[in-house]
Design a protein around this ligand. Structure first.
Ligand code: UD1
Ligand code: CA
Length: 459
């Protein structure tokens, strides 16, 4: 976090206003646009995280009328954020003024952000704020898209000073030739912002109150306006699901790069998908085609073999999982545990060095250190109404194809014969066999063949 200071050295107080009142019609979704997820969390949550990391002292989120879901997501991700409702959708300046009460409290810096522009980095917000500190009244964020159609154009004088922003629909032919576009995000001097915002009118092609008009108004009032450039991929706006996928690709690119620079080997990085909060230790190897859902922490030296899916799981050091392992929320694997192919683990502690190697479901369970769970073992944790726990002791051995009907406990060092259906506790050091006893009748097959062959011949 960067603490911005003014020229006398006092910390500058910053209000971040996040606009999230758009309708997002082009998403063609019942879910509000800003609640669509990239890398495991909503676009709104990404933006709130960036402004928090950029050192905002106060956050205002502007939502559309009746959007309790968006308000709840804002509060869930930034508990101190204040939510304001924009009752009518009359443009970006009108939306900012929905947070008038917060602006009027008096901040040094005001940042305006769009919740549908989720990839802007905290450093970029800091750059905007630095220009305010240097004396600018309004700082716009510019970028050069491959195709500028639809964006506002940043109009500068010969010396590069920012004069005005012209929306595409209001621009003349020469203005449309300008390649530097408005990313939308903006910083305004807190002491003067309200005065400028109140002067913005709606006499334009869309009959909307345009926030970008703050530039020309500030200049007319004698304030200098500045321009900060950002890479196009950082200010990508998400309006439809195709752009949502582009944003996802960009954030995955960043997460993969960060994982590798932090000391993880990704054999085929483009096939590994992370969540915003995935934590990988040093010398982790991730083989191709692995998906990390939210809430995964992987300790040093772990190997994640191909085609594994992890969510809400914690792996201590030197654990190996997969190929084809599924770790669901609450899976906790102690050091050197081994989870093999087609194994599902949910709400379960797997002890140090324990092995669950093939075709197994372990749910609502704890498995002791060095225990060996054979192929095809199932913890039967659910009776259709409630869930129950299975406890397996240290060094226990559960034979293949056994069903452990919870609640049930198998003591330390105990054995369970394969094919058992275990309904009662097994004490430490015991053997439990719970299956039909084998009967062997010598010569039975010979007699059977002889009888059947005779019957067939008589037909
Ligand atoms: C805006 C900018 C344009 C810039 C572009 C970058 C304006 C007038 N234009 O255009 O210069 O190039 O972004 O993507 O600002 N919103 C509200 N309430 C409203 C209107 C908008 O909350 O009444 C929110 C939307 O949810 C969205 C953001 O403001 O998050 C931008 O609105 P949008 O209508 O998408 O603006 P653009 O036309 O894309
Ligand atoms: Ca937009």
């Amino acid at each position: 976090m960067t603490m911005q200071k003014d020229r006398s050295g006092a910390p500058r107080r910053c209000l971040a206003i996040v606009l999230a009142a758009g309708e997002g019609k082009r998403m063609r979704s019942t879910l509000p646009k800003v609640l669509h997820r990239i890398a495991g969390r909503s676009m709104l949550a990404h933006v709130l995280d960036s402004v928090t990391r950029a050192g905002a002292d106060s956050i205002a989120v502007v939502v559309g009328p009746g959007r309790d879901d968006v308000a709840a997501e804002a509060r869930g991700n930034a508990p101190e954020a204040r939510v304001f409702v924009q009752s009518e959708r009359l443009g970006t300046a009108h939306a900012v003024l929905a947070a008038r009460q917060a602006i009027a409290e008096g901040f040094d810096d005001i940042l305006v952000l769009f919740a549908d522009t989720p990839l802007a980095r905290p450093e970029t917000f800091s750059h905007l704020r630095e220009r305010l500190r240097a004396g600018a009244g309004v700082v716009a964020l510019g970028f050069e898209p491959a195709d500028p159609t639809g964006y506002g154009r940043l109009l500068t004088d010969g010396a590069g000073a920012l004069l005005a922003i012209r929306e595409h629909k209001d621009a003349g032919p020469d203005e449309l030739k300008v390649g530097i576009c408005n990313a939308g995000l903006m910083a305004l001097d807190g002491a003067r912002a309200l005065g400028w915002l109140e002067q913005i009118g709606d006499d334009n092609a869309q009959k909307e109150f345009y926030l970008p008009d703050a530039v020309a108004i500030a200049r007319a009032g004698g304030a200098a306006c500045a321009l900060v450039m950002a890479p196009a991929e950082e200010v990508l706006g998400v309006n439809d699901r195709a752009q949502l996928a582009v944003a996802e690709a960009e954030i995955q690119r960043r997460l993969r790069l960060a994982a590798m620079l932090n000391g993880a080997t990704l054999v085929a990085p483009e096939t590994v998908f992370f969540s915003f909060d995935t934590v990988l230790g040093a010398d982790v190897v991730v083989e191709p085609h692995v998906v990390f859902g939210p809430g995964v922490t992987v300790g040093d030296g772990c190997v994640i073999h191909s085609f594994s899916h992890l969510e809400g799981a914690t792996l201590a050091k030197s654990v190996a999982i997969g190929p084809y392992a599924r770790l669901r929320p609450g899976a906790k694997l102690a050091e050197k545990a081994r989870i093999g192919n087609f194994v599902e683990i949910k709400q379960a502690d797997i002890g140090e060095g324990a092995k669950v190697n093939h075709l197994t479901y372990v749910g609502d369970a704890s498995i002791g250190p060095r225990a060996n769970i054979g192929a095809g073992v199932i913890t039967c944790n659910y009776d259709g109404f409630l869930k129950y726990r299975t406890k397996i002791g240290a060094d226990a051995f559960i034979g293949s194809n056994s069903a452990l009907v919870a609640p049930v406990e198998v003591g330390d060092r105990a054995f369970v014969g394969s094919g058992s259906v275990v309904t009662d506790n097994v004490e430490a050091d015991a053997l439990a066999v719970a299956r039909g006893r084998q009967a062997v009748i010598p010569g039975w097959a010979t007699a059977f063949r002889k009888k059947m062959a005779a019957l067939k011949a008589a037909k």
